[in-house]
Design a protein around this ligand. Structure first.
Ligand code: GDP
Length: 295
């Protein structure tokens, strides 16, 4: 993941990494290269510009030219800024409420159903969590089947109502079912469309208002480039979601749009998906991701 960005940043920082003399010109050129690497990786233009500006200010503030290891200090400054860009600290999900209700949002194909299963399995390993998965895609019976397959695979009950075309009602009934059946986490997988449209936004907004979830997650395919940022904005305007899930980080992705999302919507990235298997889920650690990107 982030291979391309990693290579380019490594190249940009290469000359500074050694212990040789560095000059103001060196630093300026390096930062230009860093900016180019970010843009090539699909990081939003404004964010890439602000990023390098901040690193430059830090470099001046810390008098990078006169330190013993100026190159290493520059690498550290870039790493710190990358960590900040991705949110700084790890942010967990809110497991309050009885039951805890978690609503998945995002476009079709972003990985919602897969992630719902992964999260259910992840929470199930905490012995106190009894999870119920809910299929709310009333338009595609195949989506409900997919969730049922996932549920069987991980040993988690799936709630669905064949024939009911009202996702608000299904969600409410599912929560009632959870309460009477000893489930303390309800994960609601919603319908997605291939692009943001009014009907879909109204539907998810109605579900959100009716069930008032503890946690609303926006699931996004990290390979979708700048569109991902616009989609995130649209969903955040309607749902004011609590966190982002970046999927498909195992792919050969440029990934930069994912880096922009945190800045644009100011919501933490909480989980990442790194494969199709149910185990391919990780809590998002901004500092570890920055480490990985910089190698
Ligand atoms: P939904 O329409 O949002 O529910 O998306 P799905 O969960 O059906 O996922 C769409 C496709 O992406 C499926 O083929 C999944 O197997 C695949 N997928 C989901 N998450 C990941 C991931 O983290 N890595 C990879 N490589 N594939 C994923």
């Amino acid at each position: 993941m982030f291979n391309n960005l990693s290579d380019k940043l490594d190249k940009a920082l290469h000359t500074l990494k050694g212990h040789g003399q560095i000059t103001e010109i060196n630093v300026a050129e390096t930062l230009k290269e860093v900016r180019r690497a970010l843009l090539d990786a699909d990081v939003n233009f404004k964010i890439a510009k602000e990023f390098t500006k901040k690193v430059q200010q830090e470099a001046i503030g810390q008098n990078v030219l006169t330190t013993l290891n100026p190159g290493q200090l520059m690498v550290k400054l870039v790493k710190d800024e990358l960590t900040t860009l991705m949110g700084g600290d790890t942010v967990g999900i809110n497991l309050g409420g009885s039951p805890t209700v978690i609503l998945m949002s995002g476009l079709q194909g972003s990985g919602k159903t897969t992630f719902s299963g992964k999260l259910a399995k992840y929470l199930k390993t905490k012995k106190t969590k009894q999870v119920l998965l809910v299929g709310c895609d009333v338009y595609r019976p195949a989506a409900i089947n997919q969730l049922q397959v996932v549920g069987e695979q991980i040993g988690v009950e799936v709630y669905a109502e064949v024939g009911n075309q009202n996702p608000v009602e299904i969600s409410q009934n599912a929560i009632a079912h959870a309460k009477t059946n000893g489930k303390n986490v309800v994960i609601i997988d919603t319908a997605g469309r291939l692009a943001v449209d009014e009907e879909m936004m109204t539907e998810i907004s109605n579900i959100h208002k009716a069930i008032n979830p503890q946690e609303t997650l926006f699931v996004v395919d990290s390979m979708t480039g700048q569109d991902a940022v616009n989609t995130a904005k649209a969903f955040n305007n309607i749902l004011n979601f609590d966190g982002v899930v970046l999927t498909k980080l195992d792919g050969d992705t440029r990934g930069g749009a994912a880096l922009s999302i945190k800045s644009v919507v100011d919501k933490p990235i909480k989980f990442i998906g790194t494969g199709e298997k149910m185990e391919a889920i990780d809590v998002f650690h901004p500092d570890r991701m920055a480490d990985r990107i910089l190698g």
